[in-house]
Design a protein around this ligand. Structure first.
Ligand code: HEC
Length: 154
């Protein structure tokens, strides 16, 4: 009985894997990059809550969130963004094909984000005012890219 159950579980896993590979183009890449984005949002949320006074300023926690944010940006995730893996290929993605077009400016957006995250990394652990001062740059870094390269969500 145990063997049959184990066999069934394996079959289910194999089948699920196949379904993902066959039915939804770039499903794994999309899932992985969305996870990285969510990780950014969670860490930005920690900083934002302190900036708005919804959470008490905690230098160590702020520094950690800023370090995490930076790590998610310096991470080489280029293999998660193959050409053609946009919203028209798989509606699970909200990425616009424009992102991959020649001269799209995606590199500039990524650079602006990295600069803003570095500024936050230098500021977050100093004091609340410094954190607050770096907040807009980071928000603009996220928003600047989303506005240009994501399907509008509202
Ligand atoms: C250089 C461009 C770029 C930057 C910078 C960027 N994003 Fe994104 N983000 C995207 C794209 C493109 C998608 C859509 C990905 C997909 O669905 O395939 C996305 C999706 C998301 C999502 C939705 C994830 C999901 O589950 O569908 C969240 C949340 C998010 N980003 C948060 C952030 C935050 C927070 C920042 C800033 C700290 C940020 N992003 C910076 C391009 C960017």
């Amino acid at each position: 009985m145990k063997k049959i159950l184990a066999g069934l579980t394996l079959a289910t896993v194999a089948f699920t894997g196949m379904a993902i590979a066959q039915d939804a183009p770039f499903a794994r890449e999309i899932k992985a990059r969305q996870g990285i984005m969510m990780y950014r949002a969670i860490n930005l949320g920690v900083l934002g809550a302190m900036a708005k006074g919804e959470a008490e300023y905690d230098a160590a926690a702020a520094q950690k969130a800023a370090d995490n944010l930076m790590a998610s940006i310096t991470l080489d995730a280029s293999m998660l963004w193959p050409q053609g893996s946009d919203n028209s290929a798989n509606p699970a993605s909200t990425a616009l094909a424009a992102m991959w077009e020649e001269g799209s400016g995606i590199g500039d957006k990524a650079k602006a984000m990295a600069d803003a995250a570095a500024a936050m990394q230098a500021a977050a652990g100093v004091d609340l005012a410094s954190l607050q001062g770096a907040m807009k740059g980071v928000g603009d870094g996220c928003g600047g890219c989303h506005k240009a390269f994501r399907v509008p969500t509202n």
